[in-house]
Design a protein around this ligand. Structure first.
Ligand code: SF4
Length: 375
Protein backbone atom coordinates (compact mmCIF):
# COMPACT_ATOMS: atom_id res chain seq x y z
CA UNK A 1 0.00 0.00 0.00
CA UNK A 2 1.20 3.51 -0.74
CA UNK A 3 -0.01 7.08 -1.11
CA UNK A 4 0.80 10.05 -3.29
CA UNK A 5 0.94 13.71 -2.27
CA UNK A 6 0.86 16.68 -4.66
CA UNK A 7 2.10 20.02 -3.37
CA UNK A 8 0.46 22.95 -5.18
CA UNK A 9 2.58 25.93 -4.03
CA UNK A 10 0.33 28.90 -4.83
CA UNK A 11 -1.87 31.06 -2.58
CA UNK A 12 -3.83 34.26 -3.10
CA UNK A 13 -2.37 35.84 0.03
CA UNK A 14 0.23 35.04 2.66
CA UNK A 15 -1.40 34.16 5.98
CA UNK A 16 0.42 35.74 8.92
CA UNK A 17 1.20 32.47 10.71
CA UNK A 18 2.05 30.24 7.75
CA UNK A 19 5.46 28.69 7.13
CA UNK A 20 4.46 26.27 4.35
CA UNK A 21 6.09 26.61 0.96
CA UNK A 22 3.95 28.75 -1.37
CA UNK A 23 4.11 31.74 -3.68
CA UNK A 24 1.52 34.50 -4.12
CA UNK A 25 2.77 35.09 -7.67
CA UNK A 26 1.19 33.14 -10.49
CA UNK A 27 4.25 33.68 -12.66
CA UNK A 28 5.46 30.37 -14.09
CA UNK A 29 2.47 28.45 -12.74
CA UNK A 30 1.83 26.37 -15.86
CA UNK A 31 5.53 25.52 -16.21
CA UNK A 32 5.59 24.34 -12.61
CA UNK A 33 2.49 22.17 -13.02
CA UNK A 34 4.01 20.70 -16.22
CA UNK A 35 7.18 19.94 -14.23
CA UNK A 36 5.12 18.18 -11.58
CA UNK A 37 3.58 15.93 -14.23
CA UNK A 38 7.06 15.22 -15.54
CA UNK A 39 8.24 14.37 -12.02
CA UNK A 40 5.38 11.87 -11.76
CA UNK A 41 6.53 10.21 -14.99
CA UNK A 42 10.17 10.14 -13.89
CA UNK A 43 9.40 8.69 -10.45
CA UNK A 44 6.50 6.36 -11.17
CA UNK A 45 8.73 3.30 -10.74
CA UNK A 46 9.38 4.25 -7.11
CA UNK A 47 5.86 3.17 -6.23
CA UNK A 48 6.15 0.06 -8.38
CA UNK A 49 3.21 -2.33 -8.15
CA UNK A 50 2.11 -1.25 -4.68
CA UNK A 51 -1.59 -0.43 -4.62
CA UNK A 52 -2.10 3.30 -4.06
CA UNK A 53 -4.91 3.88 -1.59
CA UNK A 54 -4.77 7.65 -1.26
CA UNK A 55 -4.08 10.73 -3.38
CA UNK A 56 -3.78 14.07 -1.58
CA UNK A 57 -3.66 17.55 -3.12
CA UNK A 58 -2.24 19.94 -0.54
CA UNK A 59 -0.37 23.21 -0.51
CA UNK A 60 -0.54 26.05 -0.85
CA UNK A 61 -4.05 26.21 -2.20
CA UNK A 62 -4.89 23.46 -4.70
CA UNK A 63 -8.46 24.76 -5.07
CA UNK A 64 -6.97 27.71 -7.00
CA UNK A 65 -6.26 25.43 -9.94
CA UNK A 66 -8.60 24.97 -12.86
CA UNK A 67 -10.53 21.73 -12.25
CA UNK A 68 -9.23 20.38 -15.58
CA UNK A 69 -5.69 20.63 -14.27
CA UNK A 70 -6.50 18.64 -11.13
CA UNK A 71 -8.38 16.10 -13.27
CA UNK A 72 -5.28 15.72 -15.41
CA UNK A 73 -3.14 14.94 -12.31
CA UNK A 74 -5.68 12.36 -11.16
CA UNK A 75 -5.80 10.74 -14.58
CA UNK A 76 -2.01 10.62 -14.84
CA UNK A 77 -1.82 9.06 -11.37
CA UNK A 78 -4.32 6.41 -12.48
CA UNK A 79 -2.29 5.79 -15.67
CA UNK A 80 1.04 5.50 -13.87
CA UNK A 81 0.17 3.94 -10.49
CA UNK A 82 -2.10 1.12 -9.38
CA UNK A 83 -4.62 3.53 -7.81
CA UNK A 84 -7.29 1.53 -5.99
CA UNK A 85 -10.84 1.82 -7.25
CA UNK A 86 -12.00 3.09 -3.85
CA UNK A 87 -8.98 5.36 -3.26
CA UNK A 88 -9.43 8.36 -1.00
CA UNK A 89 -8.73 11.48 -3.10
CA UNK A 90 -8.46 14.62 -0.95
CA UNK A 91 -8.39 18.21 -2.14
CA UNK A 92 -7.52 21.08 0.19
CA UNK A 93 -9.81 24.00 -0.65
CA UNK A 94 -10.24 27.51 0.69
CA UNK A 95 -13.70 29.00 1.33
CA UNK A 96 -13.27 31.73 -1.30
CA UNK A 97 -12.91 29.03 -4.00
CA UNK A 98 -16.11 27.19 -3.08
CA UNK A 99 -19.15 27.42 -5.36
CA UNK A 100 -21.82 24.83 -6.18
CA UNK A 101 -20.65 24.32 -9.74
CA UNK A 102 -17.03 23.89 -8.65
CA UNK A 103 -18.04 21.30 -6.04
CA UNK A 104 -19.87 19.29 -8.70
CA UNK A 105 -16.82 19.44 -10.98
CA UNK A 106 -14.49 18.22 -8.23
CA UNK A 107 -16.86 15.40 -7.33
CA UNK A 108 -17.29 14.24 -10.90
CA UNK A 109 -13.53 14.11 -11.51
CA UNK A 110 -13.02 11.76 -8.55
CA UNK A 111 -12.34 13.96 -5.51
CA UNK A 112 -13.84 12.00 -2.60
CA UNK A 113 -12.84 14.20 0.31
CA UNK A 114 -12.63 17.97 0.72
CA UNK A 115 -10.50 19.64 3.35
CA UNK A 116 -11.73 23.18 3.93
CA UNK A 117 -9.27 25.77 5.28
CA UNK A 118 -11.85 27.64 7.35
CA UNK A 119 -9.62 28.53 10.36
CA UNK A 120 -12.32 30.78 11.90
CA UNK A 121 -15.88 31.88 11.28
CA UNK A 122 -15.18 35.36 12.70
CA UNK A 123 -14.42 38.34 10.50
CA UNK A 124 -11.96 40.00 12.92
CA UNK A 125 -9.96 36.79 13.29
CA UNK A 126 -9.83 36.09 9.56
CA UNK A 127 -8.59 39.62 8.88
CA UNK A 128 -5.99 39.34 11.61
CA UNK A 129 -4.77 36.04 10.14
CA UNK A 130 -4.54 37.62 6.67
CA UNK A 131 -6.84 35.01 5.13
CA UNK A 132 -8.21 35.57 1.63
CA UNK A 133 -11.77 34.70 2.68
CA UNK A 134 -14.25 36.49 4.94
CA UNK A 135 -16.68 35.21 7.57
CA UNK A 136 -19.58 35.11 5.12
CA UNK A 137 -17.59 32.88 2.76
CA UNK A 138 -16.56 30.67 5.69
CA UNK A 139 -20.20 30.08 6.63
CA UNK A 140 -21.48 29.76 3.08
CA UNK A 141 -18.77 27.29 2.04
CA UNK A 142 -19.35 24.92 4.96
CA UNK A 143 -23.09 24.96 4.15
CA UNK A 144 -22.46 24.12 0.50
CA UNK A 145 -19.96 21.35 1.29
CA UNK A 146 -22.26 19.76 3.86
CA UNK A 147 -24.89 19.33 1.15
CA UNK A 148 -22.58 18.47 -1.75
CA UNK A 149 -22.48 14.70 -1.20
CA UNK A 150 -18.74 14.03 -0.88
CA UNK A 151 -17.84 10.72 0.77
CA UNK A 152 -16.21 12.79 3.50
CA UNK A 153 -15.14 16.32 4.31
CA UNK A 154 -13.29 18.13 7.02
CA UNK A 155 -12.56 21.66 8.15
CA UNK A 156 -9.52 23.28 9.79
CA UNK A 157 -9.98 25.55 12.79
CA UNK A 158 -7.33 27.39 14.81
CA UNK A 159 -7.47 27.93 18.57
CA UNK A 160 -5.01 29.47 21.02
CA UNK A 161 -5.42 32.85 19.32
CA UNK A 162 -4.43 36.01 21.21
CA UNK A 163 -7.31 37.02 23.46
CA UNK A 164 -9.45 34.01 22.53
CA UNK A 165 -11.91 33.06 25.27
CA UNK A 166 -13.47 29.67 25.91
CA UNK A 167 -16.80 31.18 24.86
CA UNK A 168 -15.37 32.20 21.48
CA UNK A 169 -13.86 28.75 20.95
CA UNK A 170 -17.14 27.11 21.93
CA UNK A 171 -18.98 29.28 19.43
CA UNK A 172 -16.61 28.18 16.64
CA UNK A 173 -17.07 24.50 17.46
CA UNK A 174 -20.83 24.90 17.70
CA UNK A 175 -21.04 26.42 14.22
CA UNK A 176 -19.01 23.54 12.76
CA UNK A 177 -20.98 20.84 14.60
CA UNK A 178 -24.30 22.42 13.66
CA UNK A 179 -23.35 21.82 10.01
CA UNK A 180 -22.91 18.09 10.65
CA UNK A 181 -19.12 18.27 10.29
CA UNK A 182 -17.84 14.65 10.15
CA UNK A 183 -14.16 15.52 10.71
CA UNK A 184 -12.19 18.36 12.25
CA UNK A 185 -8.51 19.28 12.24
CA UNK A 186 -7.96 21.76 15.06
CA UNK A 187 -4.57 23.39 15.46
CA UNK A 188 -3.23 25.46 18.29
CA UNK A 189 -1.65 28.62 16.89
CA UNK A 190 2.13 28.39 16.95
CA UNK A 191 4.62 31.10 16.14
CA UNK A 192 6.86 29.82 13.37
CA UNK A 193 10.15 31.61 12.73
CA UNK A 194 10.30 34.06 9.82
CA UNK A 195 6.53 34.55 9.60
CA UNK A 196 4.67 37.85 9.86
CA UNK A 197 3.28 36.61 13.17
CA UNK A 198 6.78 35.99 14.54
CA UNK A 199 7.72 39.52 13.55
CA UNK A 200 4.67 40.94 15.35
CA UNK A 201 5.38 38.88 18.47
CA UNK A 202 9.05 39.92 18.47
CA UNK A 203 8.03 43.58 18.20
CA UNK A 204 5.52 43.05 21.04
CA UNK A 205 2.67 44.10 18.75
CA UNK A 206 1.02 40.75 19.50
CA UNK A 207 1.02 38.86 22.80
CA UNK A 208 0.43 35.15 22.57
CA UNK A 209 -1.87 33.51 25.13
CA UNK A 210 -0.27 31.57 27.96
CA UNK A 211 -0.09 27.76 28.09
CA UNK A 212 -3.01 27.54 30.54
CA UNK A 213 -5.41 29.31 28.16
CA UNK A 214 -4.36 27.13 25.21
CA UNK A 215 -4.55 24.03 27.36
CA UNK A 216 -8.09 24.89 28.54
CA UNK A 217 -9.17 25.32 24.91
CA UNK A 218 -7.65 21.93 24.02
CA UNK A 219 -9.59 20.36 26.91
CA UNK A 220 -12.79 21.99 25.73
CA UNK A 221 -12.10 20.76 22.19
CA UNK A 222 -11.70 17.17 23.41
CA UNK A 223 -14.90 17.38 25.51
CA UNK A 224 -16.99 18.81 22.68
CA UNK A 225 -15.76 16.33 20.08
CA UNK A 226 -16.25 13.37 22.39
CA UNK A 227 -19.80 14.52 23.17
CA UNK A 228 -20.47 14.80 19.42
CA UNK A 229 -19.18 11.24 18.80
CA UNK A 230 -16.02 12.21 16.91
CA UNK A 231 -13.04 9.96 17.70
CA UNK A 232 -9.92 11.76 18.85
CA UNK A 233 -7.70 9.62 16.65
CA UNK A 234 -4.71 11.97 16.46
CA UNK A 235 -3.75 14.95 18.62
CA UNK A 236 -5.13 17.50 16.14
CA UNK A 237 -7.68 15.30 14.37
CA UNK A 238 -11.20 14.19 15.23
CA UNK A 239 -13.53 12.15 13.03
CA UNK A 240 -16.73 10.20 13.06
CA UNK A 241 -16.18 6.46 12.49
CA UNK A 242 -15.54 5.94 8.79
CA UNK A 243 -14.37 9.54 8.33
CA UNK A 244 -10.79 9.34 9.62
CA UNK A 245 -8.26 10.59 7.05
CA UNK A 246 -6.83 7.49 5.39
CA UNK A 247 -3.98 9.48 3.85
CA UNK A 248 -2.76 10.97 7.11
CA UNK A 249 -3.30 7.72 9.00
CA UNK A 250 -1.04 5.94 6.50
CA UNK A 251 1.56 8.62 7.01
CA UNK A 252 1.45 8.20 10.79
CA UNK A 253 1.73 4.42 10.36
CA UNK A 254 4.90 4.72 8.29
CA UNK A 255 3.32 3.63 4.98
CA UNK A 256 5.47 4.67 1.95
CA UNK A 257 4.36 7.70 -0.02
CA UNK A 258 5.52 9.65 -3.03
CA UNK A 259 5.61 13.45 -2.75
CA UNK A 260 5.39 15.40 -6.00
CA UNK A 261 6.12 19.13 -6.34
CA UNK A 262 8.40 21.69 -4.67
CA UNK A 263 8.96 21.09 -0.94
CA UNK A 264 7.12 17.75 -1.13
CA UNK A 265 8.47 14.93 1.04
CA UNK A 266 8.62 11.24 0.12
CA UNK A 267 9.27 8.12 2.16
CA UNK A 268 9.93 4.62 0.84
CA UNK A 269 10.14 2.75 4.13
CA UNK A 270 13.78 3.52 4.84
CA UNK A 271 14.74 6.61 2.86
CA UNK A 272 13.29 10.09 3.26
CA UNK A 273 13.52 12.58 0.40
CA UNK A 274 12.50 16.22 0.20
CA UNK A 275 12.28 18.35 -2.91
CA UNK A 276 13.76 21.83 -2.99
CA UNK A 277 11.38 24.48 -1.58
CA UNK A 278 11.89 26.88 -4.46
CA UNK A 279 9.63 26.91 -7.52
CA UNK A 280 12.18 28.07 -10.09
CA UNK A 281 14.88 25.66 -8.90
CA UNK A 282 12.39 22.83 -8.80
CA UNK A 283 11.25 23.40 -12.41
CA UNK A 284 14.83 23.77 -13.66
CA UNK A 285 15.91 20.64 -11.83
CA UNK A 286 13.07 18.50 -13.17
CA UNK A 287 13.45 19.75 -16.75
CA UNK A 288 17.23 19.45 -16.84
CA UNK A 289 17.43 16.23 -14.87
CA UNK A 290 19.54 17.98 -12.24
CA UNK A 291 19.17 17.02 -8.56
CA UNK A 292 16.36 19.08 -7.04
CA UNK A 293 16.06 17.15 -3.84
CA UNK A 294 17.95 15.93 -0.82
CA UNK A 295 17.56 12.58 0.82
CA UNK A 296 18.71 10.58 3.79
CA UNK A 297 18.54 6.93 4.73
CA UNK A 298 17.11 6.67 8.20
CA UNK A 299 19.10 4.83 10.84
CA UNK A 300 17.26 2.38 13.13
CA UNK A 301 17.38 5.11 15.80
CA UNK A 302 15.78 7.66 13.48
CA UNK A 303 13.11 5.19 12.34
CA UNK A 304 12.27 4.37 15.95
CA UNK A 305 12.16 8.06 16.90
CA UNK A 306 9.83 8.81 13.97
CA UNK A 307 7.51 6.01 15.03
CA UNK A 308 7.50 7.39 18.56
CA UNK A 309 6.84 10.95 17.41
CA UNK A 310 4.00 10.14 15.02
CA UNK A 311 2.63 7.05 16.80
CA UNK A 312 2.33 8.63 20.24
CA UNK A 313 0.20 11.40 18.73
CA UNK A 314 -2.39 8.81 17.65
CA UNK A 315 -5.05 7.14 19.79
CA UNK A 316 -3.56 3.76 18.82
CA UNK A 317 -0.21 4.75 20.30
CA UNK A 318 2.99 2.93 19.41
CA UNK A 319 3.07 -0.79 18.73
CA UNK A 320 6.10 -1.87 20.75
CA UNK A 321 6.56 -5.00 18.61
CA UNK A 322 7.02 -2.81 15.51
CA UNK A 323 9.75 -0.66 16.98
CA UNK A 324 13.16 -1.60 15.76
CA UNK A 325 14.71 -0.73 19.09
CA UNK A 326 13.48 -1.78 22.49
CA UNK A 327 11.99 1.34 24.10
CA UNK A 328 11.04 -0.08 27.49
CA UNK A 329 14.47 -1.73 27.66
CA UNK A 330 16.50 1.30 26.77
CA UNK A 331 14.32 4.21 27.82
CA UNK A 332 12.72 2.56 30.83
CA UNK A 333 13.27 5.51 33.12
CA UNK A 334 11.54 8.01 30.83
CA UNK A 335 8.63 5.62 30.19
CA UNK A 336 8.23 4.91 33.90
CA UNK A 337 8.38 8.58 34.77
CA UNK A 338 5.58 9.53 32.38
CA UNK A 339 3.56 6.47 33.45
CA UNK A 340 3.93 7.41 37.12
CA UNK A 341 2.54 10.89 36.43
CA UNK A 342 -0.44 9.46 34.52
CA UNK A 343 0.59 10.75 31.10
CA UNK A 344 1.46 7.42 29.46
CA UNK A 345 0.17 3.87 29.74
CA UNK A 346 0.77 0.38 28.38
CA UNK A 347 -2.27 -1.01 26.56
CA UNK A 348 -2.16 -4.44 24.82
CA UNK A 349 1.49 -4.21 23.84
CA UNK A 350 1.28 -0.56 22.88
CA UNK A 351 2.43 2.65 24.49
CA UNK A 352 -0.48 5.09 24.53
CA UNK A 353 -0.87 8.65 25.80
CA UNK A 354 -3.60 9.29 28.36
CA UNK A 355 -5.84 12.39 28.05
CA UNK A 356 -3.41 14.25 30.30
CA UNK A 357 -0.50 13.04 28.16
CA UNK A 358 -2.04 14.46 25.00
CA UNK A 359 -1.16 17.93 26.22
CA UNK A 360 2.53 16.99 26.09
CA UNK A 361 2.73 14.57 23.15
CA UNK A 362 5.83 15.97 21.48
CA UNK A 363 7.66 16.48 24.77
CA UNK A 364 6.99 12.90 25.88
CA UNK A 365 8.04 11.50 22.50
CA UNK A 366 11.30 13.44 22.52
CA UNK A 367 11.96 12.24 26.06
CA UNK A 368 11.80 8.69 24.74
CA UNK A 369 13.97 9.39 21.71
CA UNK A 370 17.10 7.41 21.07
CA UNK A 371 20.38 9.19 20.66
CA UNK A 372 23.70 7.86 19.44
CA UNK A 373 24.68 7.44 23.10
CA UNK A 374 21.93 4.83 23.56
CA UNK A 375 23.57 2.32 21.20
S1 SF4 B 1 -3.76 29.58 2.41
FE1 SF4 B 1 -2.79 27.94 3.60
S2 SF4 B 1 -0.81 27.54 2.59
FE2 SF4 B 1 -1.59 29.52 1.82
S3 SF4 B 1 -0.60 31.05 3.11
FE3 SF4 B 1 -2.60 30.60 4.04
S4 SF4 B 1 -2.20 28.94 5.55
FE4 SF4 B 1 -0.42 29.07 4.18
Amino acid sequence: MAGAYFHIPFCKRACAYCDFHFSTSTKGRDALLDAMEKEMLLRSKEIGDAPVGTLYFGGGTPSLLEPARIASFIQLARDLFRVQRDAEVTLEANPDDIASERLEQWKSMGITRLSLGTQSFREDRLRWMGRAHDAEQALKSIGLIAKAGFASWTIDLIYGLPGMTLAEWDEQLTIALDHGMPHLSAYCLTVEPRTALAHQVNKAVVTMPDDDAQSAQFDRLMERMEAAGLDHYEISNFGLPGHHSRHNTSYWEGVPYLGIGPAAHSFDGSKRRWNVANNARYVKGVLEGAPHWEEETLTPEQRTNERLLTGLRTSQGVDLARLELDVPGLQRKAVERWMATGHLEHRDGRLVLTSAGRHFADRIASDLFFTDDDR
